[in-house]
Design a protein around this ligand. Structure first.
Ligand SMILES: Nc1ncnc2c1ncn2[C@@H]1O[C@H](COP(=O)(O)OP(=O)(O)O)[C@@H](O)[C@H]1O
Ligand SMILES: [Mg+2]
Length: 356
């Protein structure tokens, strides 16, 4: 069987650049070599595109961007190119690509913009399309669409920057709707960047100011008390399967950036410590949410299992952390799909989606 050429995209301008480097390194180390050959395309923090030919370790350590290992290159939207254009001192060279795996988190990777370019290129790619990517990226839109589909989320209110000028009025209204403590988060970031918990008016003002550093639109939510659990989904549209359910117990006040990536300040339980009935309900809801949002390929659906037995969806990540120790691959590993096979399945789903 002839090997397919897969372009692995990593980096990009998002605040989750570093996470992408680690996820992409894991994918590169585990992609089945007998079936796929890879081309690596790195995007710098300031948005420059470079084909990369150096070692995987240097990606992980963010030492990849050196002239020795890189050459300016772009993925072309021109369908007659069908892949990458490399700009060498001798002229433009073309590298044909069969599939793309955008291992990019957050802005300009997971939010539909990159997916737009990939659609134009005509090359099948891993993950959600333009609409599902962008709607899942925006936490307000996700809330609205899920509620519309009968899938419950946290009570919330949207705040725009101008409202800070009349803070007392804003605060009174949020207290009335949601009550303290409140969760404050930029509508479009990930990895807990800019997320804060406010316990009083002063805390609310600080949290809002912090969140507005990242977005012009900020969500304020009621605080949900219960277990924080996640379910990985794999498939295309309705035709999808849910993984085992995993549970996160943050040691900090909540599951913040350092708990996610920098220290061991959170515990993971796979499977989650929940009654079987609740687990099954969560798995069904994860698939329902995946289908309602029109997701393809993969998504990790995050929940709160409340003390009173209720279940709320917190958010949907269309390109979740994908290092070999990340929740998404671990949940499927627990469901009997090892990491390398998971990558293979995602690449197969990308081709099937293209044909749908
Ligand atoms: N409404 C909420 N109630 C309780 N905890 C929350 C709530 N919203 C967020 N959190 C906590 O903050 C973390 C980050 O928020 P989240 O909405 O998942 O943003 P991100 O997209 O950055 O992961 C969650 O993992 C959870 O620990
Ligand atoms: Mg989250």
């Amino acid at each position: 069987m002839e090997k397919k050429t897969v372009a692995i995209l990593f980096g990009s301008i998002s605040s989750e650049y570093e996470v992408s480097l680690i996820s992409a390194s894991s994918v590169l180390r585990n992609i089945p070599q007998d079936k796929y050959q890879v081309v690596m395309l790195g995007i710098t923090k300031d948005g420059r595109w470079l084909e990369y030919t150096g070692p995987i370790d240097a990606i992980e350590k963010d030492l990849w961007n050196t002239p020795e290992w890189t050459c300016p290159a772009v993925l072309s939207p021109d369908r007659s190119v069908g892949g990458i254009q490399r700009f060498t001192p001798h002229g433009v060279e073309t590298v044909k690509v069969d599939l793309v795996f955008p291992v990019l988190h957050g802005e300009h990777g997971e939010d539909g913009t990159m997916q737009g370019l990939l659609e134009l290129s005509g090359i099948p790619y891993v993950g959600c399309g333009v609409l599902a990517s962008s709607t899942c990226m925006d936490k307000e839109v996700t809330h609205i669409l899920l509620e519309q589909a009968g899938i419950p989320t946290a009570k919330f209110s949207v705040v725009t920057r101008g409202q800070l000028d009349r803070f007392e009025e804003l605060e009174a209204s949020l207290v009335q709707q949601l009550g303290y403590p409140m969760f404050v988060k930029p509508a479009n970031t990930g990895s807990s960047v800019g997320v804060g918990k406010a316990k009083d008016a002063q805390g609310l003002r600080t949290a809002l100011e912090e969140a507005f550093r990242y977005d012009r639109k900020v969500l304020v939510e009621e605080t949900l008390v219960g277990a924080e659990v996640e379910c990985a989904v794999l498939g295309n549209y309705q035709d999808c399967q849910a993984s085992v359910v995993g549970e996160i117990v943050p040691h900090h006040e909540f599951y913040d950036y350092s708990g996610k990536y920098l220290d061991d300040s959170s515990d993971l339980y796979i499977p989650a410590r929940l009654p079987e009935e609740t687990t099954q309900q969560i798995r069904r809801m994860a698939c329902a949410a995946f289908a309602a949002m029109g997701c393809t390929g993969l998504s990790r659906v995050d929940f709160f299992a409340l003390k009173d037995g209720g279940i709320r969806i917190n958010e949907i990540n269309t390109i979740p952390g994908f290092t070999s120790i990340s929740m998404y691959p671990k949940l499927f590993e627990a469901a009997g799909i090892p990491y390398g096979e998971l990558i293979d399945r995602l690449l197969t789903l990308a081709q099937e989606r293209k044909a749908l």
